[in-house]
Design a protein around this ligand. Structure first.
Ligand SMILES: Nc1ncnc2c1ncn2[C@@H]1O[C@H](COP(=O)(O)OP(=O)(O)OP(=O)(O)O)[C@@H](O)[C@H]1O
Length: 611
């Protein structure tokens, strides 16, 4: 049954099963009462549709938002949708949950004081879990408390939460055991973990000892085990696992159903906490300014990127930066170094695509005199030069397999051996690498080593392309123009509307690098004070699909002259669209008088309004 997870500020998250016609609002007659002054008395209604579920806004005063956007009237829900009303967050979950548990949870304001039978102990656990993770402060400690409660209720030996946020693709674990006070090492069955994570379903081991029992469980003397995924929407955060060494068939299908419900609840709370952390980091990043000020951009993906840089700069883990060409990968690698404790040490760059295969090893590790013909003196490699600092490996996807094997060894052992040297020596290097290639595809095509990928990609950062960064184009164009103008010793104030429109129309496949080149050119061409359409490159003046085709060379003079009308009409239409039909505003955009524009509007029979 589908359900919603309701998170009110300062309250525990509560899971509520959905039913057709369920209403939420401030009035106490609602099925779900939301005590928030920005929620209307009747705010929203959920209804079933042939395709699934829909949420309808009941003409609320402050509106209903789904995934950040205000809904017009109603919205078809998909798994994981986040509905915001006032300060209340409601997450829609399509997956199955145990109705009994979630329903009881909804109606219990406090721990129930009924006889302590199995069902009530479970209910109490759900309550405890909600309370613990709702107040999420120290994640590990609270997950630990939840696991202790699970051990108690399910009466089994050991319990574990494995989070996929662990280093290098491994699971970060929180473990509790009934027998030992110390956190016991739990060896998980790979087959079970894969089944849970890949199928995204709960798995239960019954008849342990049978021929199909996974080897690890037999070796570890585990007689019963079960696990469930931590899923929120389509996002997999890890798994919940319990086992027992005393009894066979310890867990029933109802136990698994119960564990699965807890998995949903835990995942929703963990994700909520993660969002809070990233919002806090973003706020800190925005307030902090500092080195990331060099990274121009205020669009949501750029703000997120800046927050990530502040968060990851201080870590010493390796970082892989992915992104299209010209999106600022090198700039970001340098910022990661500047923000790190290694900032006072060297930042060394190697472009793997620019070095011939035969030389890559000596570039990376260096050589000693006499190592090969022409090695007339010792040469230090990039690893040695970057010792205690950062090594930036650009275009890592272009490294050949032989060099990948050597790089992997250096990263695994923290030691390098220059060509021809007898001994290895230790180096302490943080590797930041970058690529525009999809390394997962490269791994599948056997062109990139998977083990190296995990070594490099402890933290992954993605640089967004310019076309996805709404509003950044203008910011970047202005800043890059100013820096080019001052190098050319000119004073330029900005752009004419026609130049700006051409900049906005262009798709910028070469991203910021292409824009920087364009601004250098414009600064040279422009006589000032504004850069005009004619100062831009021919590519910008003619490449856009919306720009009318240049008059064809073979046409007569009269035909070509006639085509001017087409261009003029398109520009007038565009200006009117931008100015929402306002004549004065549109004439200002076109740089002509209002009367001149009115004459053209009449000639083309267009609609416009007087101010
Ligand atoms: N957000 C930004 N703010 C200011 N300048 C930027 C920004 N992004 C990129 N640049 C500038 O654009 C140019 C290209 O950036 P950079 O060389 O870092 O891109 P890249 O992703 O490493 O490209 P490639 O993959 O082709 O090597 C540089 O001059 C860089 O300083």
């Amino acid at each position: 049954m589908a359900h919603i997870i309701v998170t009110e500020p300062g309250q525990v998250s509560v899971a509520v099963p959905l039913r057709d016609g369920l209403r939420a609002g401030r009035h106490e007659r609602n099925d779900l009462v939301l005590a928030d002054h920005r929620v209307s008395r009747q705010q929203i209604e959920f209804s079933r549709t042939p395709a699934g579920w829909r949420v309808k806004d009941l003409r609320s005063t402050h509106g209903t938002f789904v995934n950040g956007g205000r809904i017009e009237e109603s919205h078809e829900l998909t798994d994981g949708d986040r509905i915001q009303v006032g300060s209340v967050l409601i997450t829609f979950i399509e997956a199955e949950v145990t109705q009994q548990i979630v329903h009881e949870q909804l109606t219990s304001a406090a721990i129930p004081s009924q006889p302590d039978d199995g069902a009530n102990r479970r209910l109490r656990l759900v309550y405890e879990v909600s309370r613990a993770i709702g107040a999420l402060e120290n994640e590990d400690e609270l997950l630990g408390r939840m696991l202790e409660a699970i051990l108690d209720v399910l009466d089994c030996d050991r319990a574990l939460v494995g989070l996929t946020s662990g280093p290098e693709g491994s699971l970060r674990r929180v473990v509790r055991s009934r027998k030992t006070a110390a956190a016991e090492e739990i060896v998980l069955s790979r087959a079970m973990v894969e089944a849970i994570l890949q199928r995204r379903q709960g798995v239960i081991l019954r008849n342990a000892g049978g021929r199909e029992t996974p080897h690890t469980l037999v070796r570890e003397h585990i007689l019963s085990a079960m696990g469930a995924p931590l899923l929120v929407g389509s996002r997999l955060l890890g798994l919940l696992y319990v086992d027992d060494r005393a009894r066979v068939d310890r867990f029933s299908p109802q136990d698994l159903e119960f564990l699965t419900s807890l998995g949903h609840l835990t995942a929703a709370a963990l994700e909520g906490a993660e969002r809070l952390r990233s919002a806090t980091a973003m706020a800190e990043a925005l307030g902090a300014g500092g080195p990331t000020d060099d990274l121009i951009g205020a669009s949501p993906p750029m703000l997120q990127l800046k927050a990530q840089l502040h968060k990851y700069g201080a870590a010493s883990a390796n970082v892989l930066i992915r992104g299209e060409s010209g999106t600022g990968k090198e700039l970001i690698a340098h910022l990661l170094h500047t923000l790190s404790p290694r900032a006072a040490q060297p930042f060394i760059t190697l472009n793997c695509a620019a070095i011939p295969e035969s030389m890559i090893e000596s570039e990376l590790f260096g050589y000693v005199k006499g190592a090969f013909t022409g090695a007339i003196r010792d040469k230090r490699g990039k690893f040695t030069l970057a010792d205690r600092g950062t090594l930036f490996l650009d275009e890592i996807g272009d490294l050949d397999l032989a060099a990948q094997a050597k790089l992997l060894r250096a990263l695994q052992e923290g030691e390098i051996q220059p060509l021809g040297a007898e001994k290895t020596h230790r180096v302490n290097v943080r590797v930041v690498s970058a690529t525009h290639k999809d390394l997962v595809k490269e791994i599948a095509a056997r062109r990139f080593r998977e083990d190296l990928y995990y070594r490099l990609n402890v933290i992954e950062v993605e640089t967004p392309p310019l076309r996805e960064r709404e509003g950044d184009l203008e910011l970047l164009a202005q800043a890059l123009l100013q820096s080019s103008a001052s190098s050319a010793d000119k004073r330029l104030e900005g752009f004419t509307p026609a130049a700006l429109a051409a900049l906005r129309r262009h798709p910028w496949p070469g991203n910021v690098r292409e824009l920087r080149n364009e601004m250098e050119r414009a600064a040279i061409n422009a006589d000032g004070p504004l850069v005009d359409f004619t100062d831009l490159s021919p590519r910008l003046r003619s490449a856009s699909a919306e720009t009318p085709a240049a008059p064809s060379a073979g046409a007569t003079l009269a035909e070509r002259f006639g085509q001017l009308d087409v261009l003029e009409r398109q520009l007038v239409e565009e200006a009117l669209r931008t100015a929402r039909g306002n004549l004065s505003e549109a004439s200002r955009l076109l740089g002509i008088t209002r009367i001149m524009l009115k004459r053209r509007v009449d000639r083309f029979g267009l609609n416009a309004r007087d101010d």
